[in-house]
Design a protein around this ligand. Structure first.
Ligand SMILES: OCN(O)CCCc1ccccc1
Ligand code: NI
Length: 183
C-alpha cells in the first residue's frame, strides 16, 4: 500500500518533470500502481485507516507524486450532486474548456507540499476531459466544480506544474477576471 513515505515532496526533481505517455497494454506493474494510487485515496479518506497509517487525506494523486514519471492519476471524490467519481485517468487530456474560470475560495493544498500556500488558484470552471481507463477504454467526461478543479490539479502534476505556480505573486487573493468562486 502507498504510505506518506512513498509520496515525494517539493524539491524532488520528479515533480518538475513532464511525465511520459503510458503504453498500452499496461504492464502488471502499471496496473498495480493504478490500483495502489486509488487505494491510497480511499484509505486516506477513511478516518480510521488514515489515523492508523498516518495518511494525509487526498482527493487525487498523480503517479509522479510517488516518483513514477508516467501520465496517470487517480481521483476519488464526490461531485456536488453527491455522485462518487472514482477512477484512474491514463494519458489524460483537456480537449475543451470554458472561458470562465473558477477557484477554491480556501485555496488549494497538495500532498507533496508540507506547508500552506495561501491564495486563489485559477482553474477552468468547466472542462471536457479525455483519458483511457486501465483496460484501454477511451473515456470522455465533462466536469465542473470540484471534479474539474481536481482534474486540473492532477493534470498539472503530470506537466511538472504545482498549484502555487498559478497564484498571483503580487496579490495572492487578487480577483480573477471571468471567474466564479467555488466553496
Ligand atoms: O495531487 C494531489 N494532491 O496533492 C492532493 C490534493 C489534490 C487537490 C485537488 C484539488 C484542490 C485541492 C487539492
Ligand atoms: Ni497535488
Amino acid at each position: 500500500m502507498i504510505l506518506m513515505d512513498n509520496i515525494i515532496r517539493e524539491g524532488h526533481p520528479t515533480l518538475r518533470v513532464k511525465a511520459e505517455e503510458v503504453k498500452f497494454p499496461l504492464t502488471e506493474e502499471d496496473k498495480n500502481l493504478a490500483a495502489d494510487m486509488l487505494e491510497y485515496l480511499i484509505n486516506s479518506q477513511d478516518p480510521e485507516t488514515a489515523e492508523k497509517y498516518g495518511l494525509r487525506p487526498g482527493i487525487g494523486l498523480a503517479a509522479n507524486q510517488v516518483n513514477v514519471s508516467k501520465r496517470m492519476f487517480a481521483l476519488h471524490l464526490e461531485d456536488e450532486k453527491g455522485e462518487l467519481l472514482s477512477f484512474v485517468a491514463i494519458n489524460p487530456k483537456i480537449v475543451s474548456h470554458s472561458v470562465e474560470k473558477t477557484y477554491l475560495t480556501g485555496g488549494e493544498g497538495c500532498l507533496s507540499v508540507d506547508r500552506q500556500v495561501p491564495g486563489y488558484v485559477p482553474r477552468y470552471a468547466r472542462i471536457t476531459a479525455k483519458f483511457f481507463t486501465v483496460d484501454g477504454k477511451e473515456q470522455k467526461m465533462r466536469l465542473k466544480g470540484l471534479p474539474a478543479i481536481a482534474f486540473q490539479h492532477e493534470l498539472d502534476h503530470l506537466n511538472g506544474i504545482m498549484f502555487y505556480d498559478h497564484i498571483n505573486e503580487e496579490n495572492p487573493f487578487a480577483s480573477i477576471p471571468d471567474s466564479i468562486p467555488f466553496g
